[in-house]
Ligand binder design. Structure first.
Ligand code: ADP
Length: 155
């Protein structure tokens, strides 16, 4: 017995599991994608959150179920309106990087009350700033799946 309290052992284990180990494939659309096509994509891909990217896969925005529902109530033409008009836009996007702990990312989900984070890799652009290349998706489902796997106790 290491002398550590069991809670401490669990915490240390959780902090060692990285976003990159549990992330899923991201579902992305372009800013010009219509609300109608975004709804169809959401059903086909079976996700609750999609990321809006520009050429090169760089993050521009996030579009959620409620963003789309809200728009359908607004009486606008969903066949014409692009997701770029209604999405949550950079720099207001909460994201994760592959080498941060799942625990830290899960804390962001709770603190910011969102269902998913884009997993990104910062790439320096010519302006000396960083563009965020979308390389994955970390959702509440990923965290719940990890929770279930940890509960099974076979590591
Ligand atoms: P839902 O709309 O299905 O409840 P969320 O709770 O995740 O999904 O989204 C709530 C709001 O937060 C939406 O307007 C959405 O665009 C925005 N949002 C979702 N994910 C993020 C994120 N990672 N960073 C910033 N805003 C987000």
């Amino acid at each position: 017995y290491s002398g550590k309290k069991p809670g401490r052992v669990l915490a240390e284990k959780l902090h060692r599991i990285l976003v990159g180990d549990v992330k899923s494939v991201p579902v992305v659309v372009s800013e010009q994608c219509t609300i109608y096509d975004a709804v169809v994509t959401m059903f086909i891909e079976d996700v609750g959150t999609m990321f809006v990217v520009r050429e090169g896969g760089f993050l521009e925005g996030v579009i959620s179920r409620k963003d789309l529902l809200k728009t359908t109530l607004g009486g606008q033409d969903i066949h014409k309106l692009p997701v770029g008009v209604i999405m949550t836009r950079m720099p207001n996007i909460i994201y994760a990087e592959p080498d941060e702990s799942v625990w830290e990312a899960a804390r962001k989900l709770i603190m910011h009350e969102v269902d998913a984070l884009p997993v990104v890799r910062p790439v320096n652009n010519e302006n000396g700033a960083a563009d965020l290349e979308v390389i994955g998706r970390l959702s509440k489902t990923n965290v719940t799946r990890l929770f279930v796997e940890l509960g099974e106790g076979n590591d």
